[in-house]
Design a protein around this ligand. Sequence first.
Ligand code: ASP
Length: 355
Amino acid sequence: MKNWQAGPGRLHGHQMKANQPLQQKPRVLLVTTGGTITMLRGAGGSLQPCDDAGELISRIPELSLLADIDVLSLANVDSSNLTPDLWISIGRAIYQKMRDYDGFVVTHGTDTMVYTSAALSFILQELNKPVIVTGAQVPLEEIGSDGRANLINAVRVAISDLAEVAIVFGSMVIRGTRAKKISVFDMQAFVSVNEISLGTIGLTIKYSDFAGLRTRKKPLLRAFLNENVAMLQVYPGMKPEIVDFVADNHDGIVLEGYGAGNIPNQKNSLIPAIRRATEKNVPVVVCTQCIVGSTEMELYQVGRAALDAGAIPAMDMTPETSLVKLMWVLGQTDDLADVDSMMQKPFVGELHEVG
Ligand code: ASP
């Protein structure tokens, strides 16, 4: 591991030449985007991105024992400031370097990490090696940081047999489309939703039976995205005009309904607004606000009414994955029937089919 200075969008460090002898160590590309893991405290005590994430990371000697690592800096921001175009940049950068490395690690802020991991899952399909996203609750430079262990474990997973987009955080390896940030405090900030985790990190790393492992597949870049999608949470007293306004200005909506995907249909009924949106070719995908479970929109009259008005059930996808998937689907088609069937079909383990 050498030349660890990272610059904007530039690749540093070891490059394998065609006539070089076979490398002993696996090769990993580490893409930095910012986040707490590489933040420092500014004048007022608030955490802010450091100037040189690659240099901070180079102070972890264990990493170079595990792999030859190159650093590519694509952003250096608090992940609250990330926008969907970065998902495409990360996906393209990794795809372009796919054959040059044995695995990939993306360092990222925890706040929007699950959106990025979901997006990378849809953008990079048929993977034959791991793409691992990680970060920290406490900056690398501070006492008690979880960043060092997370980064080392991320590299361990990146050179392992796994071949999926996954978040490595604390003791868990979580499928990219199944992760949820549930704590601003605990070191185990993420959980796997509606599916056991892909793997567990203990004395060794153990993967679940269903985890995708390295094969001879040929990776696909499916870099589609229509960013003009909105997400709204249903709440008691919500005015239907809000849905109308959002439908007028967007190409798709994710509506976080109650429980099994239930939507008010009496006072302040949102059903006519869902019908109006659908008639204007703006798909309304209904997911559940609950952390665990699936939409089951035929169970109650309030869910059935939304279905009859054209709502598309998100089943057991998280709201974050539903949003990213709708952007990805609308990047490919605006045909409502196609959107409907694609939203309900699993592409990368993001949902369990009913029945
Ligand atoms: N605000 C930070 C970020 O998402 C939080 C973190 O990284 O833990 O960039």
